[in-house]
Design a protein around this ligand. Structure first.
Ligand code: HEM
Length: 320
């Protein structure tokens, strides 16, 4: 009887593991997934991203943010790239509309470069090209050169209604609730927020902070008012004012100095539950790089599709 019970328990656990869609999807991700069909994939994508980054300083931050917005909505399936004829798609949601064209263009040009190699043509998913392009954007800005897991399939669905993205007004509890919904920890969230070491935000995202507050460096408040004269929403400010194009740990040092741009950034230092991690990354860039790479890898596993519920899109903008 006991043996029968043990067998049934073991069988049940095995079945649960094998049948669970997320474990199936994650199991298929491998660093060498395209080694046979497209052996030069990594260098092709990196060269394409390099050209975009050399052409425009916006390309790297825009591509990194695009990857986050892709994975956070319906998983990392390049649904953010889809264009639906009826206009009901992620990128035309209020949050999606703030994504810069340079990010989309970077992925499109990397896809064109991959497909210009006859071996690779139509073999590599847009979701994987986006994951590689995000890593290359980080690396080419001075950040870590981590290995990217590959083998994601592209989704076929994109709707305005599915877009739920954290806002710059979020406090720590709201940030944690959002990231735990993706299966990510508070430490992952703090490390990923370090993505704000590059790029900018429009005045509309921090206009409510321009009067300054007790935690804000008064000189920084002056600087912000200068970036958005007359409280105009047209201007912008860098998320890391010290080294806005360099992927480094200055973002965390800025938070410590009361120079966080978004309320959600400054909340990481204001709240004693997350301050320790901010201090650690501010003091130790190597620790930030290691945790960022690990958190990007975990972000890249969210909602991954398989051949059963996805495809390798020929054109990243449309389902096949
Ligand atoms: C923690 C929650 C997050 C919030 C509340 C948040 C919010 C924002 C906001 C409001 C902007 C400015 C958008 C604009 O002006 O159009 C922005 C920009 C940006 N975000 Fe985040 N974000 C978060 C997490 C992330 C993550 C996880 C990454 C990537 C790892 C990321 C990467 C970026 C980048 C690179 C930019 C600059 C984009 C550019 O210059 O084009 N963000 N974010």
């Amino acid at each position: 009887m006991m043996r029968r019970l043990q067998f049934l328990t073991a069988f049940f656990l095995l079945a649960l593991h094998v049948l669970s869609p997320s474990s199936m999807a994650v199991a298929q991700l491998r660093r060498d997934y395209y080694a046979d069909v497209c052996p030069n994939l990594e260098s092709i994508v990196r060269d394409a991203v390099r050209q975009n980054v050399e052409h425009s300083p916006v390309a790297a931050p825009a591509t990194l943010r695009l990857f986050f917005h892709d994975c956070a909505v319906r998983g990392c399936d390049a649904s953010i790239m889809l264009i639906n004829p009826d206009g009901d798609d992620e990128w035309r949601s209020p949050d999606g509309m703030t994504l810069k064209p340079e990010g989309f263009n970077t992925v499109m040009s990397a896809k064109a470069a991959v497909d210009s190699d006859p071996q690779c043509r139509s073999r590599v998913s847009c979701a994987d090209i986006l994951a590689l392009a995000a890593r290359d954007s980080v690396f080419l800005s001075g950040g870590p050169d981590y290995q990217v897991e590959l083998g994601r399939f592209d989704g076929r669905v994109s709707t305005v209604g599915s877009v739920l993205i954290p806002h710059g007004t979020f406090n720590l509890d709201q940030l944690n609730a959002f990231f735990s919904g993706l299966g990510l920890s508070q430490t992952d969230m703090i490390a990923l927020s370090g993505g704000h070491t590059i790029g900018a935000a429009s005045c509309g995202f921090f206009g409510n902070r321009m009067g300054g507050d007790a935690a804000m460096d008064p000189a920084f408040a002056d600087q912000l008012r200068g970036s958005c004269p007359g409280a105009s929403a047209a201007g912008f400010a860098f998320l890391d004012a010290t080294t806005p194009l360099q992927f480094d740990n200055e973002y965390y040092r800025s938070l410590r100095a009361g120079r966080g741009l978004l309320a959600s950034d400054q909340a990481l230092y204001a709240d004693p539950r997350s301050r320790g991690a901010v201090d650690r990354y501010a003091d130790d860039q190597g620790a930030f790089f290691r945790d960022f790479a690990a958190a990007m890898t975990r972000l890249g596993r969210v909602g991954v599709r398989t051949a059963a519920d996805g495809e390798v899109r020929r054109d990243c903008r449309f389902p096949n």
